[in-house]
Design a protein around this ligand. Structure first.
Ligand code: ADP
Ligand code: MG
Length: 269
């Protein structure tokens, strides 16, 4: 990989601990990863394997105990002032539960307008036009603009969260279990939307999930984490067809084959 857009260099994060408090929790240990521009890296692993911590480090929300993150060749720890503001615009998160970051008393229009206001982009009319266009782009009609979050289903809320993540025309989207709270059928629709937008906008994305079937649908490359360490990393095809690690094989074996989902559902009914 000659020119990665996101570079994670030997990153570690230990929570707690200290001279009199013992070693603390090593959430992430010596992880190095690189993602070329315009590709999605899927990060998979069991609960507690350090996926969210790693993502928060790349978002600049958690400071690593050691190591560096470079985006577009810039060490994100060195950003200050306008460079930091620019980073906040270029690098956008999508979290598992968008409702928790929506003000329940704000309309969807107000929620989507906020980032444009913060960054001083466009006139009022231009902002409204951008919001209407973006709602269409994520498969919601213009009537959704005047609704409140509680009037939307889980899948519709996650579509709004995706719209909010791309409204500032970012280069990087970092998604942490964005479909894990959704029903399986809705999950598939939101994943397709995510993959379409990633490709259309040429986004470089990290997509975290404990669900290997989900990772498989959206990823160019796959990283497998276990107990804070990277145990496998490679092109998605290779990792799924010929996993090198036992742990990865066990994760793959634990994923139900989607072709049998219907039969299984019937058997359970
Ligand atoms: P994952 O997203 O893969 O489930 P996390 O990154 O959330 O894993 O957690 C990795 C480990 O770090 C876990 O043992 C978790 O309890 C611990 N951890 C995560 N965040 C914190 C925190 N803010 N303070 C203390 N420990 C934490
Ligand atoms: Mg997590």
């Amino acid at each position: 990989m000659s020119n990665p857009f996101i570079e994670i260099r030997n990153v570690s994060k230990t929570f707690g601990g200290g001279m009199f408090r013992g070693p603390g929790v090593a959430a992430v240990e010596g992880v190095s990863l690189a993602v070329p521009r315009g590709q999605t890296l899927g990060i998979v692993g069991e609960s507690g394997s350090g996926k969210s911590t790693l993502l928060r480090i790349v978002l600049g929300l958690t400071r690593p105990s050691a190591g560096q993150v470079l985006i577009g060749g810039q060490d994100i720890a060195s950003l200050r002032g306008t460079a930091l503001r620019d980073f906040r615009r270029r690098v956008q998160p999508v979290f598992q539960n968008p409702a928790s970051s929506f003000n329940p008393r704000q309309t969807i229009r107000a929620i989507l307008r906020a980032p444009l206001e913060v960054h001083g982009i466009g006139t009022g009319r231009e902002r409204d036009a951008r919001i209407d266009a973006l709602l269409g782009h994520v498969g919601l009609g213009p009537e959704f603009a005047e609704r409140l979050p509680h009037q939307l289903s889980g899948g519709q809320k996650q579509r709004v969260a995706i719209a909010r993540a791309i409204i500032l025309d970012p280069q990087v989207v970092l998604a942490d279990e964005p479909t894990s709270a959704l029903d399986v059928s809705v999950q598939a629709q939101v994943l397709r939307l995510f993959a379409r937008i990633q490709a259309e906008l040429g986004l470089t994305t990290l997509f975290v999930s404990h669900n290997l079937a989900v990772i498989r649908q959206v990823s160019h490359q796959v990283a497998v984490m276990q107990h804070g360490r990277l145990v496998e990393f490679g092109p998605a095809e290779q990792v799924f067809r010929a996993p090198r690690e036992d742990y990865t094989r066990r994760l793959i074996a634990a994923v139900p084959d989607p072709r049998h989902a219907f039969a299984r559902k019937e058997a359970l009914a």
